[in-house]
Design a protein around this ligand. Structure first.
Ligand code: NAD
Ligand code: ZN
Length: 342
């Protein structure tokens, strides 16, 4: 089969012929229809320090996908050939305290599809049946291909009650923009989003933000004034990975405000703990998706009108993956889809 492979420990990815994966008794083989490119894939493409110490070479990558069941292992009973599926990219150990308690997203030994084991940028993918999500075929394929990052956005945005609340989202990347739409859908009052990239700020407006703020031109405090807010934001979601965005959040929360951190900060990022203490803030770190409450919630939200299709800005055949990575690296994109059927 064809796959997009990290073939050499250097910048780039290469389209190569690799064997179709063998499935074990508890696994399924999925025929890939669409995939989406994640920021993580761009790190792997660029071969930064994180990628160099994490990714085995050679290996094909990718973890955002939708496809159909091609083959099932001998112990699999709940899926059949042709079922439309996406899947959870985090494989959990099943044995640690949290796994045994059903809190699988808190597993201490997570393995990543397309990070620690062969990925979804291929004609076929093998994953354990416990990682497969049965899809509503009324949902567009391209949306289903984005369930992994949409799940990150959902997990973050629903971590705290946003109904009637004023929400600040820092970072209008694909996930930040998805979080904007979710906060809207879940009944937030004001949704303010920040970025430094005008293309991304336009995308955030399309996603339903009341204000899309370029923090190189305007402060978050000014945005509060514009909206007539007096006491700060009730809920914040950090989705940029930029330390100055986190500092901006701490300066603009109401007392007792809740902050969910998804963006991955540089090591040892400083934080003004006195603002946390005296303003009695709650900070929650978010990793991945809850299995499978997040998958359930995002499906229901889409079934009841949440629409992320405006955030899907580019489509390419998988053979054109270089163009997909180029537009991702330019910052002038939302989600970028690769089509594995042409
Ligand atoms: P992205 O890199 O596409 O988006 C980040 C955005 O932040 C960009 O548009 C960038 O211009 C903007 N930004 C940069 N500096 C800023 C600043 N000072 N203020 C406001 N915005 C600023 O990333 P994404 O794919 O949307 O993911 C969002 C973040 O979440 C990234 O940090 C990513 O690494 C992280 N992530 C975490 C998890 C997890 O499980 N914790 C999963 C996926 C992604
Ligand atoms: Zn575990």
């Amino acid at each position: 089969m064809k796959a997009i492979v990290k073939a050499k420990p250097e910048q780039g990815l290469w389209l190569r012929e690799v064997p179709v994966p063998e499935i074990r008794h508890n696994e399924v083989l999925i025929r890939i229809l669409r995939t989406a490119i994640c920021g993580t894939d761009v790190h792997i493409y660029n071969w930064d320090d994180w990628a160099a110490k994490t990714i085995p070479v050679p290996m094909h990558v990718g973890h955002e996908f939708v496809g159909t069941i091609e083959k099932i292992g001998s112990h699999v009973t709940d899926f059949k050939k042709g079922d439309l599926v996406s899947g959870e990219g985090h494989l959990v150990c099943g044995h640690c305290r949290n796994c045994l308690a059903g809190r699988r997203h808190l597993c201490k030994d997570t393995q990543g599809v397309g990070v620690n084991r062969p990925g979804a940028f291929a004609e076929f993918l093998a994953i354990p049946v416990t990682n497969v999500w049965y899809c509503d075929s009324k949902i567009p394929l391209e949306t289903l291909a984005c369930f992994d990052p949409l799940g990150n956005a959902t997990h973050t945005a629903l971590s705290f009650d946003v109904l009637g609340e004023d929400v600040l989202i820092t970072g209008a990347g694909p996930i930040g923009c998805m979080a904007v739409s979710i906060a809207r859908h879940a009944g937030a009052r004001y949704v303010v989003v920040t970025d430094v990239n005008p293309y991304r700020l336009d995308l955030a407006k399309a996603a339903g933000a009341d204000l899309a703020l370029d923090v190189t031109r305007q402060t978050i405090a000014e945005a509060q004034k514009t909206l007539g807010m007096k006491e700060g934001f009730d809920v914040a979601m950090e989705m940029s990975g930029n330390p100055s965005a986190l500092a901006g959040i701490l300066d603009n929360m109401c007392h007792g405000g809740k902050i969910a951190l998804l963006g991955i900060m540089p090591d040892q990022t400083p934080i003004d703990w006195n603002k946390v203490v005296f303003n009695m803030l709650t900070i929650k770190g978010i990793y991945g998706r809850e299995m499978y409450e997040t998958w359930y919630k995002m499906t229901s939200m889409i079934q009841t009108g949440l629409d992320i299709t405006p955030l899907i800005t580019h489509r390419f055949a998988y053979t054109q993956f270089e163009d997909g990575f180029e537009v991702m690296r330019s910052g002038r994109s939302g989600k970028v889809i690769l089509d594995w059927t042409r």
